[in-house]
Design a protein around this ligand. Sequence first.
Ligand code: FE2
Length: 362
Amino acid sequence: MMRTNLNRIFPRLLLLTAALLLAPSCGKKPDPSAAAPDSSTAPRQEEPVLNLYTHRHYESDDQLFDAFTKQTGIAIQVTSASADQLISRIKGEGEDCPADLLVTVDAGRLCRARDLGLLRPVDSPALLAAIPPALRDPAGYWFGFTVRARVIAYATARVQPGQIKTYADLAAPQWKGRVLVRSGDSLYNQSLVAAMVANEGPEKTTAWVQGLTQNLARKPLGGDRDQIMALAQGLGDVALVNSYYLGQMAQSKDPAERAAFAQVALVFPDQDGRGTHINISGAGVATHAKHPDNARKFLEFLASPAAQQVFPATSFEYPINPTFDTSPLHRAWGPYRPDSLNLSKLGENYPAAMAIIEASGW
Ligand code: FE2
């Protein structure tokens, strides 16, 4: 496997420009003139190569890349950077773009890529059978292969079980000065807000974001792991984080992370309401892919039971089908009810979400 990291190459300015240029709306039809033929009609003879542009940064992926190569003889070349950088690069490279598959950790970014004409539909009965409809694009432009839940972690020394149950609680006066969360620049927060706009409308969502930002224990700083570390340090009492970070910290080589994990518990929010907000890691085949059939094979491999079992064990993400989940930690946390919102709705609600976040200064 070959790996290139674009983060060293791309200036931050480009990221900002990309964010401004890319207007997402999954409801919009992609430009048909930009669409390449369906991968099912693509030539069958392809060299045994697959070029991945990926935002993911997990050990599970390296394991799976090697397993796929062993199984199929198809070598994987990896270019990694943020989703916005990769989308911008695919757009700039046009027909010469070497990417076969765009892999991101957020359905909203896949919606954007689709709307920009950067993805082509894939016709695969295997993918339709393996992946629930809410976790894939209705027209086959992208497919989820892991699920991540945005949960509330709390310091067990200062918060009792049952004291916090909902996302709405995070904005309630009781939690003033006690809430830890990363910045509104984060995809994870943007998608949560986009889902709220889809479910509750912009007015209620605006009030929630304002309430949340008024309750912060400190100025947003760092990523989700840093919020859990801050809980353990007593800098706040509750934190909004993706569930897999807790799993990764439980198994961390760093004793400080394991110690922090031991001081927190988690709540799956909104179990009596819409269910906990989830997002996916997902992928779509590039419009100008040179190896679309290899890309489809890799997607089918990711959705297979053998690959699905790797995620809960190594990255602590949830598999797309709960029956594949053998993680003792997930079992200890118990089953939870996810929000049933079709994730293709995130893209179309993203502009409203961004306006709300920007106005709040989050
Ligand atoms: Fe993450």
